[in-house]
Every structure is written in structure tokens, then in C-alpha cells.
Design a protein around this ligand. Structure first.
Ligand code: FE2
Length: 202
């Protein structure tokens, strides 16, 4: 294959500890310098994400989480390790605006290498590494990094709602060596939920 590298931008990006403080269960907990690494090729070349293993004050390492802008879906293939995907759809007001602290539907989906997860439009999503090794995925998100620094948050996604609520409706935490869920007290209500067989701790 003949590739002209003249205008190929930098594909690598990293989500650093300081940025992740916004959405951690314990913003003062001790975490790694980089929580996850991204190689962004967009929908054609695909995007690869690699998570560090470990917990921060009991919470497993995760991606920041976001909602898509518009009607965009996304498919993640798990290529290595063990994780849990969290998906949540917020309630909308009469103008179709998402209400930050009101969840219409929440799902926790345990996944491992070989699995595929579909992120439907309107469902915010993040993925947690619950294993002892790196966790790695390939996705088809249409990241366009041509005109921006790839370490920025991609433009097709809304991160502000997640930041405002300090994460999703539940945090995935380690309890007796196993994953469990812990409610994020900032959310007022969750209408419908499928917790994927995980227990909820206080
Ligand atoms: Fe996404």
C-alpha cells in the first residue's frame, strides 16, 4: 500500500489524569499519569483505545464518557481484556434538551475480548477496565482530527453534561475483588435500568 505521509496528522492522543479529575468518584484519589491512550483514524481507519488497569479510590479506570451530537451511533469491538460499558440516555424536556440529572434509561454491560457493543444515538457512553491487564477496543467513531489537535476532545461529542454531573449515574467500583456499582448522588432520578447483573453498594 502506497501512503503519502506528507499531510498525515498526528494520530495519537492521551487522556491525562488532570482532565479525568472532573469525572472521578474521588477527584482527589491517586491515579496514573495517563488513564487511556487513543490512536484516532476516524470511521475509515478506525480508532483504537487502550485503558490502563487499576482503580482510583476503588473506582476502575474508565473513559471520560460523552453524548453524541446529532443522530450518531458507534460500534466498539473489544479486542483485549475485560470491561464494563455504561450507557445512559437522559430525559429530554419539552424542547428536546437533555436534563442533566434525570436518566431515562441506564445500562451496564459486562464485555470481554471478542464482544461488540453498539452505542445507539442519544445514549451517552463510557467504558471501564475491570481486568488486571490493559483493555483495548476498536471503534468507528468519525473523529476528524485534520483541523484540530487530536488530544482535544472530539467535536462530535458533548462532554459538558458528564462533567457537570461528575460522571454517569453509577461508578464501577471494586468490592471484594469484583466489580459492583455505586450510585452517583448528583443524579436525581433513573427511570429504567439494566445493571447487567452487577450489585449496587452503598
Ligand atoms: Fe462516542
Amino acid at each position: 500500500m502506497n501512503v503519502d505521509f506528507t499531510n498525515v496528522p498526528k494520530h495519537y492522543a492521551a487522556r491525562e489524569d488532570a482532565e479525568m479529575r472532573d469525572v472521578l468518584m474521588d477527584p482527589n484519589g491517586i491515579g496514573p499519569a495517563i488513564h487511556y491512550y487513543m490512536i484516532r483514524g476516524g470511521s475509515d481507519q478506525k480508532n483504537i483505545t487502550v485503558w490502563e488497569p487499576g482503580t482510583i479510590s476503588g473506582e476502575y479506570i474508565k473513559t471520560y464518557g460523552h453524548y453524541h451530537i446529532g443522530d450518531l451511533s458507534e460500534t466498539y469491538q473489544i479486542i483485549y481484556g475485560q470491561g464494563i460499558a455504561l450507557l445512559q440516555k437522559l430525559t429530554e424536556d419539552e424542547n428536546g434538551e437533555m436534563i442533566p440529572d434525570s436518566v431515562a434509561e441506564f445500562k451496564a454491560i459486562p464485555v470481554k475480548a471478542g464482544a461488540e457493543i453498539f452505542m445507539p444515538p442519544k445514549f451517552g457512553h463510557l467504558v471501564v477496565n475491570i481486568g488486571t491487564t490493559y483493555f483495548a477496543t476498536v471503534d468507528d467513531s468519525p473523529v476528524n482530527f485534520g483541523d484540530r489537535d487530536p488530544s482535544d476532545f472530539p467535536g462530535h461529542a458533548n462532554y459538558e453534561l458528564v462533567k457537570k454531573m461528575r460522571g454517569f449515574a453509577y461508578y464501577v467500583v471494586e468490592q471484594d475483588g469484583k466489580p459492583a456499582l455505586k450510585r452517583n448522588p448528583l443524579y436525581k432520578s433513573t427511570e429504567k435500568e439494566d445493571l447487567g447483573g452487577l450489585s449496587v453498594i452503598d
